[in-house]
Design a protein around this ligand. Structure first.
Ligand code: SAM
Length: 250
């Protein structure tokens, strides 16, 4: 039936396409995608042939209106070059406007690099904050890290291979003492996930310059665990100090 179908696609290994993704791509009327060559290749691999409509970061109001109009009568799939659409990829406005227009929206879950990296890293996964790409300029990168310094969650960023060294250096300075993970080339031949201090990882990747796609994760700040007995003792001590200082003041 008509509407918008958000379809996650593999982030490297084509075996990760889901059964529903395949079915939906085979059944839909057209596929909106970032790069028609990339998506064309995926569809050929699946033995599917569909009209491809370009919808990328440069898409304007007109492209969006054309898609929204089509969705009123047709099934339109939205895919990215890789992974889950809208996650540092186009689609947010399209979904928001489709919902506003009362057009049915469905999302077919599947691969996403930040989630896969989080599950691999061994860092706490109960709370995490995904913050997209770290800025490229030194000052802006530090500002983002400073802004996130007090967040008690694992931080998840996208990073490119040439900038990894600078990012690790900044993390070491702005967020000292944190455990860091570098997840690289996920689901691909040279997949790796390395953990350590920012300095250890910087040294490693200086000696072995990384290639390919990277997710960078930063563990939460260490919490000072205070047990109940300790807390009681601390409280008594604080009260004593207060009494003594009050007595001294009178
Ligand atoms: N929407 C995608 C998703 O759900 O995974 C992410 C799109 S974003 C434009 C692309 C970035 O995701 C890359 O620069 C890299 O940081 C990360 N990424 C994508 N595929 C990856 C992979 N196989 N291994 C590691 N990182 C990957």
């Amino acid at each position: 039936s008509n509407g918008l179908y958000i379809v996650a696609t593999p982030i490297g290994n084509l075996g990760d396409i889901t059964l529903r993704a395949k079915e939906t791509l085979a059944r839909c009327d057209a596929v909106a995608c970032e790069d028609t060559r990339v998506t064309g290749k995926l569809l050929r691999h699946l033995g599917i042939s569909k009209p491809l409509w370009r919808y990328d970061d440069h898409a304007g109001e007109r492209d969006r209106q054309r898609l929204l109009d089509a969705m009123r009568t047709q099934a339109i799939a939205l895919v990215s070059d890789a992974g889950t659409p809208l996650i540092s990829d186009p689609g947010y406005r399209l979904v928001s406007e489709a919902r506003e227009a009362g057009i049915p929206v469905t999302s077919l879950p599947g691969p996403s690099a930040p989630i896969m990296a989080l599950t691999l890293s061994g860092l706490p996964s109960d709370r995490f904050l995904f913050a997209g790409f770290l800025p490229n300029k030194d000052k802006a990168r530090r500002d983002v890290l400073e802004e996130l310094a007090s967040v008690r969650s694992t931080l998840v960023f996208f990073e490119t291979a040439p900038r990894l060294g600078k990012a690790l250096e900044a993390i070491g300075e702005v967020l000292p003492g944190r455990e860091v993970a570098v997840a690289r080339e996920l689901t691909k031949l040279y997949e790796e996930c390395r953990t350590g201090s920012p300095t250890q990882l910087a040294l490693h990747f200086e000696a072995h310059p990384p290639r390919g796609e990277i997710v960078l994760l930063v563990g939460p700040p260490a919490t000072d665990v205070v047990n109940e007995a300790d807390a009681d003792a601390l409280l008594r001590e604080a009260l004593e100090t207060l009494k003594t200082s009050q007595a001294a003041a009178h």
